[in-house]
Design a protein around this ligand. Structure first.
Ligand SMILES: Cc1ncc(COP(=O)(O)O)c(C=O)c1O
Length: 435
């Protein structure tokens, strides 16, 4: 792992440092988020998929209300994996027909709330379908209701985010329950959607396509079976989830969205002929490369132990980079180094560093043996490609303050505070609960 080849993020940091009061002395760390990147990704999705497709962007990847509101303004929807995410989506102003509720453990109250608010929901289990069937006669709803299927097509390279193996905690397993699933659709005319999500990062294109195809074939089979029973077409919505992998490193070569759509079209032309309203639920692909994070280096600990590798002590660790600390082989970033004024440091003489966070446990190291120019206290470490699944996985351990999030447009203008830095009082309120 080396310094990222592009200088853009350093230039943004430098421009931000020159703005009065944008970064203050309190801002030991900050997250930058490129709004132009977000809008570009949304346009790309709209161009590549049929115009009727609902792009429900995964809230879990980047849940800041100020970003959700911009997603709403861009005319697309949101996918919520929990009740609070559902509330965030609705509070951001997204209309219920553009919200998909996918929590894997919905209580009766949550199901009732979703139905009363007319959002789309996907049942995660056969028992959940039974619960919905119990609740439906008690209220009026326009919700479109679907069932999540585990197509059992295999796992990708990252076990913790692969959900289409033989066993997964999500969805109804296809091989075991195929006939039961078909019977369920015959029994419940309000079940009109199928949902599949193969995994998030680490799933190669053929695996993603195979998972969608397995559930597409099921949708076709169910509709044929329903026709035999004299019903009209019942499955009208096909939700293919998210999961397109994204590059964290220059050597990563993920498929493009264009390749994904081309392969879907090739393998399942019927998916694009207007029979089904399509839903996508991308998160990482939308957000990851649009964000980067900076931390001031507070100290450099010189070491004769650890093969002489020094340790840069920074202001973010497992609080924001939980996966990077616990599973470093699978989750890591590129880094760059700038001096206190935001000027890129010369790469002529690099050495290896441990990049250690501020938390009180030994595993709080976000990067090990990382080659960087000579680091001095006061320098800025830039952690690249942090727009998804970093801030959203924030941990409260040691009650650290979540950093300020600064929005900008591609070339470093249109600065906007998307979220202020938390104060110690915010933490007091968090732990105390309601005052
Ligand atoms: C049901 C569902 N949809 C969408 C996503 C978003 O996946 P990604 O961010 O990889 O596109 C996830 C991620 O875990 C998910 O579980």
């Amino acid at each position: 792992m080396q310094q990222k080849s592009t200088h853009t993020e350093i230039e943004i940091l430098k421009a931000a440092l020159s703005q009065p009061e944008l970064l203050t002395d309190d801002d030991t760390a900050a997250v930058f988020y490129n709004l132009q990147h977000l809008y570009g990704k949304i346009v790309e999705l709209k161009e590549l998929f049929p115009p009727t497709t609902l792009h429900a962007i995964a809230v879990k990847a980047m849940p800041l209300p100020s970003v959700l509101e911009k997603i709403k303004q861009a005319g697309v929807g949101l996918e919520a994996a929990s009740l609070p995410e559902l509330v965030l989506a609705l509070k951001a102003g997204v209309t219920p027909d553009k919200v998909v509720f996918d929590s894997p453990v919905k209580t009766r109250e949550e199901i009732r709330f979703a139905l009363q608010n007319h959002v789309r929901l996907n049942a995660d289990s056969l028992d959940e379908v039974a619960r919905i069937a119990e609740i439906l006669p008690t209220l009026e709803t326009k919700s479109i209701i679907g069932l999540r299927i585990n197509p059992q097509v295999g796992t990708g390279t990252i076990a913790i985010t692969s959900v289409a193996g033989d066993y997964s905690k999500f969805g109804v397993v296809l091989r075991v329950h195929r006939q039961e699933i078909i019977n369920l659709f015959v029994q419940h005319p309000w079940l009109t959607a199928l949902h599949v999500h193969v995994g998030s990062q680490g799933c190669p294109l053929p695996l993603l396509i195979k998972g969608v195809k397995a559930v597409y074939d099921l949708a076709e089979e169910i509709n044929q079976e329903l026709a035999r029973h004299g019903h009209g077409q019942q499955i009208t919505t096909f939700d293919m989830g998210g999961g397109l992998p994204v590059a964290y490193h220059p050597t990563d070569n993920p498929p493009t969205m264009q390749q994904y759509v081309d392969n879907l079209r090739l393998m399942m032309p019927g998916l694009f002929d207007g029979t089904y309203r399509l839903i996508t639920e991308f998160g990482r692909w939308v957000h990851l490369n649009g964000g980067f994070t900076v931390s001031r280096v507070e100290y450099v600990k010189r070491s004769t132990a650890n093969g002489g590798v020094n340790t840069a002590m920074i202001h973010l660790g497992a609080d924001m980079f939980i996966r990077e600390c616990y599973l470093p082989e699978q989750w890591s970033h590129e880094y760059s180094l700038a001096d206190a004024a935001g000027t890129r440091k010369s790469e002529e003489a690099t050495q290896k560093y441990m990049l250690a966070g501020p938390l009180c446990f030994q595993g709080d190291i976000i990067g090990r043996n990382i080659s960087l120019p000579q680091i001095q206290a006061g320098d800025w470490l830039i952690i690249h490609d942090t727009g998804a699944y970093t801030l959203s996985q924030w941990s409260r351990y040691n009650s650290r303050q979540m950093p300020k999030v600064i929005g900008y447009y591609g070339s470093g203008d249109g600065w906007e505070i998307l979220k202020p830095r938390e104060t110690p009082e915010d933490l007091w309120r968090f732990w105390k609960g309601k005052e």
